[in-house]
Design a protein around this ligand. Sequence first.
Ligand SMILES: *Cc1c(COP(=O)(O)O)cnc(C)c1O
Length: 373
Amino acid sequence: MIFEPFGIKKRKTEREESRMNFPVTKTTSPKAKPDPNNLKFGTVFTDHMFIMEYAEGKGWHDGRIVPYGPLQMDPATVVFHYAQEMFEGLKAYKTKEGKVQLFRPEMNARRTNKTNERLCIPTIDEDVFVDAVCQIVKTDADWIPEKEGTSLYIRPFIIADEPFIGVRPSRHYKFMIILSPVGPYYAGGLAPTKIFVEDKYVRAALGGTGEAKCGGNYAAGLKAQEEAAARGYEQILWLDGMERKYVEEIGTSNAFFIIDDEVITPPLEGTILPGITRASVIEILKDKGHKVSEKKLTIDEVTAAHKKGTFREMFAAGTAAVISPVGELCYKEEKMVINGGGIGPVARYAYDTIYGIQTGTVKDKKGWITEVK
Ligand SMILES: *Cc1c(COP(=O)(O)O)cnc(C)c1O
């Protein structure tokens, strides 16, 4: 089934209706906050975490906030053996006025259930998901860094935690949310990246789990990532699994190409992760009057456009880096420098608009912001 990111249930932007009533056990030994000038991505975690259990016959239950810490698990636990696991990623930002904002969290809730369905994980009430995110962020709100380019990364995830090594869906799960204050995803911030076009390994095939956000996809992609890094590239551009002909995704984010005056991004037909940043970029660029097409694009069309001088821009879109311009693309030893290796105007506009809405400097006319109160 094709994932449909649009037309989902619209939540109120104010969350006064929120239940926010999970029991909280506060830590007795709060940690020192990291230096906001030197935040690496995903290395430091806050004082608390959210946990909820699922048991067959009982459903999801016992949601609670507890001090951050390790889990004790049986070595036979399903997730260790067969990777029945999913995750999400979103961010909380603090505005200049001190408000705490989330960007479209209801879409992460929706996508969680799409992923869950694919991996035989029981679905979660989408309001409970957003409430849990709001309450854990509120609990650790003093961990949200305020410096330009920083935020609190939110990582909801579900693991199959029944101790059982036969192959069938687990009968017990944990849904957890952990938080990490982060700096820019790439050390260079909005600086253009170098991308290697991968034509040996594949990320996803039709009918597989490409459109699900699950750890297994990432484990399978590490090898390609390592080999590209050894050649001096930050990320890879994945091609389709069948013919290695069509462009699909950039590492762990969605890909955008600007050829002539058309903004092109691959369509959601089963192998591509339906990014929330992707959906937002499409919408704001259409609003701006750009021609935006969700259509198949071959790597040969990209190289031909480069030769003709009509390949204007390329960028990656995803929560971690928001927008990441591509300055160089390497395909079969051919190196294409894009837009003089600089940041193009469309990437700049998309970044300024989305990051501006997220951080409260651009008015949220779309109702994309959920304030955590
Ligand atoms: C999470 C993810 C994206 C980006 O999705 P966002 O919702 O924009 O963060 C793109 N591709 C892959 C493979 C991902 O896991």
